[in-house]
Write a protein that binds this ligand. Structure first.
Ligand SMILES: Nc1ncnc2c1ncn2[C@@H]1O[C@H](COP(=O)(O)OP(=O)(O)O)[C@@H](O)[C@H]1O
Ligand SMILES: [Mg+2]
Length: 435
């Protein structure tokens, strides 16, 4: 029987609040988990940016990564560490790098989900390069933007194929606006997409391993109020929830994403036909009343208390559970296995049938049963500890540090109070059992 320490590395950018919560709560958990005859303890460390030798021994067992989507040194370190040292990382770094918003739509169309009609158009302008002139003169054909507009119908959306934080997203009402917006789009590679409207709900579903959290999103509200705190049971049926949570988990398991969010709009009747799972592929559920996923290539979504406020403690708990499970069990990054998913769906299946056919595979890939056993056996005190920590001055200070970083000085007190009060709301509504 040996004492073993598993180290969780936090790969961070401008993250302030959640690493504090993660670290402090882990300390308070005071874990010593028996695994195969050993006693496993856990440490958490913020990773620094250094030169590295491909053959250096690993320092981390699990990496919670928020940096690789824009910081290449870390991305390459993570890929090496997965390949050479069996480091587990949320999320699969290869699919984070290569599956953009557009190819994520393609994957889900293939599985028969009701993805809106979507086109890609070549960019309006290009970075100069030696072969560019010849290539474009020879192969880039004039195309009729207006015809694509008519095919999609108005209003429609123009947005970059790789998405990200509402950058260059336009809602377009007619052909002149489509032409003008395209003419202004420069070197961005743009998608044109049917608009899902009218819609009566906008929901984000956060997935963390096999865990999900539904958050109603109010796109028109100021940034700090966009994630609302209403309970999903107030506005969603059990069937709605099954579709939203199932869709999110299937996306995440399919692409190898541990931590991702899926945005869905609920189309509420109306005149237009529309998202039908890809040109009549027969997705089912794509008619007037459908949950339409519009943006779901968001591996490592916003985790800041200033945007997710009320939901922040849930994310911390879920993050800790999944990281600790992965560290304790020596979890390894699984190879992406699209074929197994594709083999389980058949033409003519309804959306619910597809989800039901795919979920067992999802749970196999996430090892959900083993995860739930682990949480039940070793983390039964997690909620009590989290609940306690979020009532402390240290938690308030973590909130304040983030607020200082994003709000002007004269608003710091007001917004610290606001976000901290939402954490207290979460504590009130999620009491510790037996209290
Ligand atoms: N097909 C669509 N139908 C209706 N609204 C859309 C559609 N696509 C985008 N939007 C709106 O534009 C916003 C930004 O688009 P999104 O695809 O989420 O891009 P980003 O990657 O920048 O978050 C969405 O949150 C939604 O409000
Ligand atoms: Mg979005």
């Amino acid at each position: 029987m040996a004492d073993v320490t598993r180290r969780i590395g936090l790969s961070l950018g401008a993250d302030i609040c959640w690493p504090i919560a993660f670290t402090e709560i882990l300390k308070r958990l005071d874990l010593a988990v028996p695994v195969g005859g050993d006693t496993v303890r856990f440490e958490v460390e913020r990773m620094t940016i250094d030169p590295f030798d491909l053959r250096e021994p690993k320092r981390y067992d699990v990496v919670v990564d928020r940096l690789t989507h824009w910081y290449h040194t870390r991305r390459e370190w993570i890929k090496k560490a997965v390949l050479m040292d069996d480091v587990y990382v949320f999320n699969n770094p290869w699919t984070v790098q290569s599956v953009e918003k557009l190819s994520a739509y393609a994957g889900m169309i293939r599985l028969g989900f009701p993805i809106p009609k979507t086109w890609l158009v070549p960019p309006h302008a290009y970075e100069p390069s030696d072969d560019l002139d010849y290539t474009l003169r020879t192969y880039a054909r004039h195309f009729d933007l207006g015809a694509i507009g008519s095919e999609l119908g108005y209003p429609m959306y123009m947005k970059p194929y790789d998405g990200g934080g509402w950058r260059a997203v336009s809602r377009i009402h007619d052909e002149p606006a489509l032409r003008a917006t395209y003419d202004d789009s420069g070197k961005l590679v743009m998608t044109l997409q049917e608009s899902i409207e009218p819609h009566d709900h906008f929901v984000r579903c956060i997935g963390l391993g096999p865990q999900t959290r539904l958050v109603r999103y109010d796109a028109g509200a100021p940034h700090h109020d966009r994630y609302t705190d209403s309970s999903p049971d107030d506005y969603l049926s059990a069937d709605d929830r099954a579709v939203i949570e199932g869709t999110t988990l299937i996306i995440n398991a399919f692409f190898g994403w541990d931590f991702n969010s899926c945005e869905l709009l609920h189309r509420s009747g109306g005149e237009r036909g529309g998202a039908d799972g890809g040109g009549g592929a027969g997705a089912g559920g794509g008619g007037a009343d459908a949950w339409v996923p519009i943006d779901f290539a968001n591996p490592c979504p916003d985790s800041q208390v200033t945007s997710i406020h009320y939901h922040f403690p849930w994310v911390i708990e879920a993050n800790l559970r999944w990281a600790l499970f992965a560290a304790a069990t020596g979890r390894r990054v699984k190879r992406v296995d699209w074929d197994s998913f594709i083999a389980r769906v058949e033409p003519g299946m309804t959306l619910r049938e597809r989800i039901d056919a795919l979920l067992p595979l999802v749970h196999e890939r996430f090892d959900t049963a083993a995860f739930e056993d682990f949480c039940g056996e070793h983390l039964s005190h997690l909620h009590e500890v989290t609940h306690g920590w979020f009532g402390t001055d240290a938690a308030r200070d973590a909130v304040r540090q983030k607020v200082v970083a994003v709000f002007p000085e004269h608003e710091v007190d007001e917004f610290t109070d606001l976000f901290f009060s939402r954490l207290q709301q979460w504590r009130d509504r999620n009491p510790v059992e037996g209290e």
